[in-house]
Design a binder for this molecule. Structure first.
Ligand code: C2O
Ligand code: CU
Ligand code: CU
Length: 492
């Protein structure tokens, strides 16, 4: 049997292109020396419903004491956490302080195409984008990130992403912890590679163009191996896999169980008891963890078998998780911090079973590299093109039109590797995964789904998008998106 190591060493070209693949390795990383940075909370209501953000380059300390170049939204890396209330209009001004074009997309938000922030909403250097919107969808942890045509991967890698907490002020009634930064912690998880001098490395060799950029270190909120002091009680963690390409399987080093309470776009119907959870790029989960025993515990990146269905050993190897559990951060219960919650709620107000009976039509999306007769090696040498249904993304071509107010069933397939499939302008439900019904934590509101074989989705369209600002649907491996695994559609 091939090991990941023998595959890596088996080809000099690949070993060079992919030197950064193996997570952590023997690197000493047990010292959790940095306090977990908590992105600044910007509450729309407290700001008079006006939020200004500036995309800019500056110096950021991924490790304390070694500042390196990175991007952020009004921050040295990432951006503030925006708290928006359901049904309240917020005005935004987004200034582009970079030397390159950018956009800001509201991932998970159900908004008209004109303010969705996809590649058609580009902001030129020195200019600002003014917009306003209000969200009318269930409370959820959604996010925002750069989405410029062909350059999304690099801009997000450098730091252009942040969280949005969409709330209805109902968490006290739901019995959920909701004190931001105390018992309600945002955790933006991203794998990154660093040069010897500590600067961010992004080497998109042929292999990374094919598989996506994999780093060797999982960082949290822009910090390497941080620790967080938390109350000795129930703590809510809002997990976002903000990696470009890496699927993460997360769990705790003492094997403790936890409860998933929300998926991408909203609460689950009831908490789901789990010992580990898989997050593909773009996916979010909110989980409740009980720290009342007072023990320190590390969150780990665990081995997994995502991509295992692939018939191609190399792809299987690349997509798999680390060879063994790697610590990501540590939680240290602190008895002096106030404990707000001790009990897991028994019910949440997530959606009941999806009803596919009124769907207007079916659509199919096949996610595949565009081999074009060159074969795998030829394609790697020539620069990967990716496609959906045999077509690579073309900003001037609208691929299809969906009817406003209708619901469709989409069958999404992938054969060669696992792709996290995302749709703008909607929250969907998973009807089936490889012919079976989804497990409870995947049965709620979603906007990204990991496709390894075949999934069926129930997709409602309630926001309009015209041909000047169509919605995107794409693979959330950002290098695949940039390489054309994206289509655009109108909703009229
Ligand atoms: Cu988070 Cu079009 O993506
Ligand atoms: Cu999106
Ligand atoms: Cu992909």
């Amino acid at each position: 049997m091939l090991t990941r190591r023998s595959v890596l060493l088996g080809s000099a070209a690949i070993a060079t292109a992919y030197g950064a693949l193996r997570i952590g390795g023997a690197r000493a990383r047990t010292a959790f020396a940095t306090k977990l940075p908590i992105p600044t909370l910007v509450d729309a209501r407290a700001q008079g419903h006006a939020i200004d953000l500036v995309a800019r380059a500056s110096a950021h300390e991924f490790r304390p004491g070694s500042p390196v170049q990175a991007y952020g939204f009004s921050a040295s890396y990432l951006g503030p956490t925006l708290r928006l209330r359901r049904g309240e209009e917020t005005r935004f001004s987004i200034r582009n302080g970079l030397q390159e074009l950018t956009t800001v997309h509201w991932h998970g938000a159900i908004l008209p195409g004109a303010v969705d922030g996809g590649p058609h909403n580009s902001i030129r250097p020195g200019e600002a984008w003014s917009l306003s919107f209000k969200l009318d969808q269930p409370p959820a942890t959604i996010w925002y990130h750069a989405h410029p045509h062909g350059a999304t991967a690099l801009q997000v890698y450098r730091g252009l992403a942040g969280l949005i907490l969409l709330t209805d002020d109902g968490d006290a009634d739901r019995g959920l912890p909701h004190e931001y930064g105390v018992d309600d912690l945002p955790l933006v998880l991203q794998d990154r590679a660093f040069h010897r001098d500590g600067s961010l490395a992004y080497d998109l060799g042929p292999m990374a163009a094919m598989m996506g950029m994999f780093g060797d270190t999982v960082i949290v909120n822009g910090a390497v191996a941080p620790f967080a002091r938390i109350p000795k009680g129930l703590v809510r963690l809002r997990l976002l896999n903000g990696s470009n390409a890496r699927t993460l399987r997360l769990g705790f080093d003492d094997g403790r169980a936890f409860h998933a309470i929300a998926s991408d776009a909203g609460y689950l119907a009831a908490p789901v008891n789990l010992k580990d959870i898989v997050l593909a790029p773009g996916e979010r989960y909110e989980i409740l963890v009980d720290f009342s025993d007072g023990d320190s515990v590390a969150l780990q990146s665990l081995p997994h078998s995502v991509g295992a269905r692939s018939g191609m050993p190399m792809m299987r190897m690349m997509q798999a998780g680390p060879d063994r559990a790697e610590p990501v951060m540590r939680f240290e219960p602190d008895a002096t911090l106030p404990v707000a919650k001790q009990k897991i709620p028994t019910k949440l107000d997530g959606p009941s079973a999806p009803d596919a009976s009124k769907s207007a039509r079916r659509r199919e999306a096949v996610l595949e590299p565009m081999l074009g007769g060159m074969g795998m090696m030829g394609m790697m040498r020539g620069g990967a093109r990716m496609g959906i249904n045999g077509r690579s993304f073309d900003m001037n071509r609208v691929d299809f039109d969906a009817k406003l107010g209708t619901t469709e069933i989409w069958t999404v397939r992938s054969q060669m590797m696992a792709h996290p499939f995302h749709i703008h302008g909607t929250s969907f439900r998973i009807l089936s995964i490889a012919g079976g019904s989804p497990p409870a934590h995947l049965a709620g509101l979603k906007d990204v789904v990991l496709v390894e074989d075949t999934v069926e989705l129930l997709v409602p369209f309630s926001a309009p998008a015209d041909k000047n600002h169509p919605f995107m649907t794409h693979c959330h491996i950002l290098e695949h998106e940039d390489a054309g695994m994206m289509a655009q559609f109108t909703v009229t």
